[in-house]
Design a protein around this ligand. Structure first.
Ligand SMILES: *[C@@H]1O[C@H](CO)[C@@H](O)[C@H](O)[C@H]1NC(C)=O
Ligand SMILES: *[C@@H]1O[C@H](CO)[C@@H](O)[C@H](O)[C@H]1NC(C)=O
Length: 173
């Protein structure tokens, strides 16, 4: 009997390790298919839930969730900045409005019933960031932290849109 339960435990552990290995491969496989491989790996591997993800839908949800949290942290940082060059402070007022929309798009896109609208919402988030960047550039604040933040958020939007497109192709197949 003890040897039987030992082999049961051993069997259970092997199943778990096989699952973990194949799920790690899922992240690598999915990221390899996208034009954002490095950023994709960085984002998905930063969240421990990716290890247990069994499908592209779960990975897309994780990426969008990380994007929503990152954009919220960026918006909150923008809100905290009270001193600096006038061009930066003026730009921040508009950019905070843009980021409020970005956060809503990332947070709510999975509520869409039509799969194709998820990527559309994520694309809209990118458009809002481009709006903030255009205003920042026209105010002469291009060389500020706003551009650095926008570049990151645009990477999140590009990654999310690619993942959503892959996910919707799969679902529709
Ligand atoms: C957003 O994510 C990027 C990339 O992982 C990271 O470098 C940056 O510090 C994050 N920003 C905030 C405000 O958390
Ligand atoms: C932001 O991205 C643009 C376009 O990819 C690049 O030319 C620029 O150097 C980046 N700037 C910063 C501050 O990251």
């Amino acid at each position: 009997m003890p040897s039987l339960s030992f082999s049961k435990i051993f069997f259970a552990l092997s199943v778990v390790s096989v699952m973990v290995i194949s799920n790690a491969e899922l992240v690598d496989d999915v990221c390899r298919k996208l034009g954002h491989e490095q950023f994709c790996l960085e984002v998905l591997k930063s969240d421990s839930r990716s290890k247990f993800a069994k499908d592209i839908t779960t990975l897309t949800k994780i990426a969008v969730d990380v994007a929503a949290k990152n954009s919220t942290a960026t918006r909150d940082y923008f809100l905290s900045v009270k001193t600096g060059p006038p061009a930066v402070l003026t730009s921040l007022k508009d950019c905070i409005k843009s980021y409020n929309v970005v956060i809503v798009e990332f947070s709510n896109c999975f509520k869409e019933e039509d799969c194709s609208l998820i990527g559309y919402d994520i694309h809209d988030a990118g458009d809002e960031v481009r709006r903030c960047q255009a205003i920042t550039d026209s105010n002469g604040a291009h060389d500020s932290f706003i551009t650095t933040s926008n570049n990151v958020t645009l990477e999140f939007s590009g990654l999310g849109e690619s993942l959503a497109n892959l996910m919707c192709d799969k679902t529709g197949a």
